[in-house]
Design a protein around this ligand. Structure first.
Ligand SMILES: O=P([O-])([O-])O[C@@H]1[C@H](O)[C@H](O)[C@@H](O)[C@H](O)[C@H]1O
Ligand SMILES: [Mg+2]
Length: 283
């Protein structure tokens, strides 16, 4: 059953494109902003609406009950964030919500699909740039149907590295984030960047525009689709401590190769974050 998930893959591309059109249109109107975990963790009606559209379309196509869903906004409302062996869609309806609110031009729809806890494919639609990135396990990575691959740079001094500071403003964590960035910048590397969307950052690694992207504090929906795209473009994924990549651990480095990844890992000051699949604390 080599082609078992092709229909789901093709459908995910269609759904992501349609979702991106909704986001573009919503960006032309007044955006009502609310907050989630803290005052800088933003959410809009568009995030919620687009997630409902995506999950609704997938349920209609594949039948309610057979597939599971992990969506950023559903989890925010108390839905479980547990990856089982069942076919599971992992969705970030608007990756880069802060960008969306401010009109900063990088916003992505991220849809991944996992079976037996293994990622089968990932689709990221960078909807303001109108770029469709996609990859299916073992079949390569593409941007607008053109194959993409990671850069071949091995010399860290010739690299551009992406990181983000996320939405946690705990002073000790922020200190570690900036200390890490300072150390990396002074290796020295050619530059540090950040697009404001983890999904887009991973596509930039996959297409060779940058050598690595790492972050502590991201969620599984930010990186699931990107993980397939980076891997299929020839890149590597690791935990920030050099161990194996763990989708639920809220930390990862994606890089063009192990040489770059391991060099960056030497500089990363790790801090704790609660796993995505940690049991929900009773209040
Ligand atoms: O909230 P959201 O815009 O979907 O996702 C955020 C973006 O991916 C951002 O780049 C990253 O730094 C944050 O950690 C994510 O939470
Ligand atoms: Mg996100």
């Amino acid at each position: 059953m080599a082609d078992q998930w092709q229909e789901a893959y093709d459908f995910a591309v269609q759904v992501a494109r349609a979702a991106g059109a909704v986001i573009r249109k919503a960006g032309e109107c007044e955006i009502k902003v609310q907050t989630k975990s803290c005052t800088v963790d933003l959410v809009t009606q568009t995030d919620e609406r687009v997630e409902k559209i995506i999950i609704g379309s997938l349920k209609e196509q594949f039948g309610e009950g057979t597939h599971c869903f992990i969506g950023e906004e559903s989890v925010a409302k108390g839905e479980p964030c547990i990856l089982t062996d069942k076919p599971t869609w992992i969705i970030d309806p608007v990756d880069g919500t802060t960008n969306f609110v401010h009109g900063f031009p990088f916003v992505a729809v991220s849809i991944a699909f996992a079976v037996n806890k293994e990622l089968e494919f990932g689709v990221i639609y960078s909807c303001l740039e109108d770029k469709m990135y996609k990859a299916r396990k073992g079949r390569g990575a593409f941007c607008d149907d053109e194959p993409i691959q990671v850069s071949d740079v091995k010399d860290i001094h010739k690299s551009i590295i992406i990181s983000e500071h996320g939405t946690d403003r705990d002073k000790q964590k922020v200190k570690k984030i900036f200390s890490t960035m300072q150390k990396i910048l002074c290796i020295p590397v050619h530059g540090l960047r950040g697009s404001g969307t983890a999904a887009t950052n991973m596509c930039l690694v996959a297409s060779g525009a940058t050598e690595a992207f790492f972050e502590i504090g991201i969620h599984c929906w930010d990186i699931a689709a990107g993980a397939v795209i980076v891997k299929e473009a020839g890149g590597v994924l690791l935990d920030v401590d050099g161990g194996p990549f763990d989708l639920m651990s809220r930390r990862m480095i994606s890089a063009n190769n192990m040489v770059i990844a391991e060099r960056i890992i030497k500089e990363i000051e790790i801090f704790d974050s609660v796993r995505d699949d940690a049991p929900i604390q009773k209040k």
